[in-house]
Design a protein around this ligand. Structure first.
Ligand SMILES: Cc1cc2nc3c(=O)[nH]c(=O)nc-3n(C[C@H](O)[C@H](O)[C@H](O)COP(=O)(O)O)c2cc1C
Length: 228
């Protein structure tokens, strides 16, 4: 499965089968996490067989059988949230490509003492539930029009159109899609974000930027004022 195929088939999954991740998958995930931590200067950690984090929530999103998750942790910095989204999405698409399902979780989980480490100069940004989904009859999220999230016109290059389309498939908190991509001729793109009472717009933009790169092809353009 290519990253584009993973991006197109990914949907948030909240209900999982009650079975542990197999050893080959765990090994592959650990290697990917080690690689992404280096690339993104993060401290993502895979937590296995831990059921307390997702017990007892009634609101937003109803999770069942979550016993594995990744905590996205990193050193405090202005770019941390953007990087958490960007590399978190890279991780999520890797997981999708090896047959696992995921859900980014900003709110509806508990931080369990001892399950992962947070240094004194670090903070927890986000959690990603991971496992074998219960069902695969997924629904697509409601998608904004390209002109609501970009300056796409019929005259824009094909790669820009494809980048915007891929960004619109990105997961965002409460599906808010408050990101914006501005095409600047000939081959530049300026990423931006709106405001939201719910927050999470920096993480969302990092996620959408990763999707944009896959759709557009990294060789076709350069970011201007990238927040990463
Ligand atoms: C930063 C972020 C935080 C999220 N937090 C939660 C959460 O706390 N609970 C939940 O059930 N889903 C959460 N989600 C999942 C979104 O609701 C979901 O991505 C969105 O509705 C789009 O659906 P899709 O991922 O299936 O495309 C979060 C997603 C992101 C990107």
């Amino acid at each position: 499965m290519t990253e584009l195929e993973a991006l197109q088939s990914r949907h948030s999954v909240r209900k999982y089968q009650d079975r542990p991740l197999d050893a080959i998958a765990v090994d592959a995930l650990q290697k990917e996490i080690a690689k992404l931590n280096k690339e993104g200067n993060l401290n993502m950690q895979l937590v296995l067989n831990e059921r307390k984090a997702f017990k007892g929530f009634l609101s937003y999103g109803s999770f069942s059988n979550v016993s594995n998750y990744v905590m996205i942790v990193g050193k405090k910095s202005d770019s941390l949230e953007y990087r958490a989204g960007y590399y978190g999405e890279k991780f999520v698409l890797f997981a999708q490509s090896i047959g696992l399902n995921t859900c980014f979780v900003g709110l509806t989980y508990k931080k369990i003492d001892g399950a992962f480490e947070v240094g004194s100069d670090e903070k927890v940004v986000l959690c990603v539930a991971i496992g074998y989904g219960e069902a695969d009859g997924y629904r697509s999220h409601k998608i904004k029009r390209p002109d609501q999230v970009s300056n796409l016109t019929p005259a824009s290059p094909e790669w820009f159109k494809k980048g915007v389309e891929a960004a619109l498939l990105a997961p965002t908190a409460i599906n808010q899609q408050k990101f914006y991509f501005e095409y600047i001729p000939e081959d530049k793109v300026k990423p931006g974000k709106g405001t939201s009472l719910a927050g999470y717009t920096k993480i969302d933009l990092g996620i959408a930027m990763y999707n944009f790169e896959i759709g557009a092809g990294r060789e076709n353009f350069q970011w201007i004022d990238s927040p990463l």
